[in-house]
Write a protein that binds this ligand. Structure first.
Ligand code: C2E
Ligand code: CA
Ligand code: CA
Ligand code: CA
Length: 279
């Protein structure tokens, strides 16, 4: 190709076609990933600050992509949301997480709850209810043991359908947790309308909680509002003892983060649960 007067050659630069090819390959590979069983879940505990006990586990997806190694969710979930594949991935995650949780319960290791991340796209499709139903039925766990983590941005997709999905799921007893709280733009009115059970304080507020008075004030305010609405407050991304102490002083109910454990594959988490005593 030749460069024309308007410079449109840039459109076909080697860089662009390389990226386009990568995208196509990603799409084809991701389609195969589900069939070939290449997705896997890692689990991270949530610990109650008063008792020191593990109260829940969050399932986090990874993709064991051939020739790429373990791929983090941020590298393929947004893409799966764009092309709709998230619906199948989400259903797989729900089923797998509930089955694994069931297994731990049977071994006498199970904490109270299993938490699963739900994309805004899934909520807006109206297919989530069936996926949850199937996961619960297949695993035999109770709906009250399943916690669905949604971010504040869910309202952007399709508000009506999203609230319909949420209401239907709440009606069968599933719990909701608002993820990354404090980073989005949900109003306090949404908080009330949602009637979630839990708020997860975003890790950006936790990072320098011991040195940044502003962040400490924000967490304190979130705790006050959350508690007044009857919500449980969990801080994410807690890496140090100092952060945990500061968060407890600010009134947080529970923590999740590397201080307790990194997210671990199922077998390693099973061992962790079997050996865990207290924080
Ligand atoms: P998230 O739900 O906010 O998950 C927390 C992320 O923080 C996880 O990253 C976790 O590994 C990481 N993390 C946990 N503790 C610490 C800590 O102490 N320090 C630091 N620096 N990081 C910590 P991960 O696993 O890479 O997941 C990234 C995001 O991908 C998740 O953010 C979630 O939004 C999304 N995601 C993960 N699994 C799924 C899934 O099954 N479905 C959907 N729709 N999204 C998922
Ligand atoms: Ca989450
Ligand atoms: Ca989060
Ligand atoms: Ca997130």
């Amino acid at each position: 190709a030749k460069l024309n007067a308007r410079g449109s050659l840039r459109f076909f630069s080697p860089e662009m076609s390389r990226r386009a090819r990568q995208r196509l390959a990603l799409e084809a590979d991701l389609r195969r990933a589900l069939d070939e069983d290449e997705l896997e879940l890692h689990y991270q505990p949530q610990v109650d600050l008063a008792s020191g006990r593990i109260v829940g586990l969050e399932a986090l997806v990874r993709w064991n992509r051939p020739e790429h190694g373990l791929v983090a969710p941020d590298a393929f979930i947004p893409f799966a949301e764009e092309n709709g594949m998230i619906v199948r991935i989400g259903a797989w995650v729900l089923r797998k997480a509930c089955m694994q949780f069931r297994h731990w319960l049977d071994e006498g290791l199970g904490p109270q709850r299993i938490a699963v991340n739900i994309s805004a796209i899934e909520l807006s499709r109206g297919t989530l209810m069936r996926a949850v139903d199937e996961a619960l039925e297949h695993s035999g766990i109770d709906s009250s043991q399943l916690e669905l983590e949604i971010t504040e941005t869910f309202v952007i997709a399709d508000r009506e359908q999203s609230f319909r999905s949420i209401d239907a799921l709440k009606a069968v007893g599933a719990r909701f947790s608002i993820d990354d709280f404090g980073t989005g733009y949900s109003s306090l009115a949404y908080l009330q309308q949602l009637a979630a059970d839990k708020l997860k304080v975003d890790m950006s507020f936790v990072r320098d909680i011991t040195t940044n008075a502003g962040n400490a004030s924000i967490v304190k305010a979130i705790v006050a509002v959350g508690h007044s609405l009857g919500l449980e407050i969990v801080a994410e991304g807690v890496e140090t003892q100092e952060q945990a102490l500061a968060l407890r002083a600010l009134g947080c109910d529970a923590i999740q983060g590397y201080l307790v454990s990194r997210p671990l594959p199922a077998a390693a988490m099973g061992e962790f649960l079997a050996n865990y005593e207290s924080l």
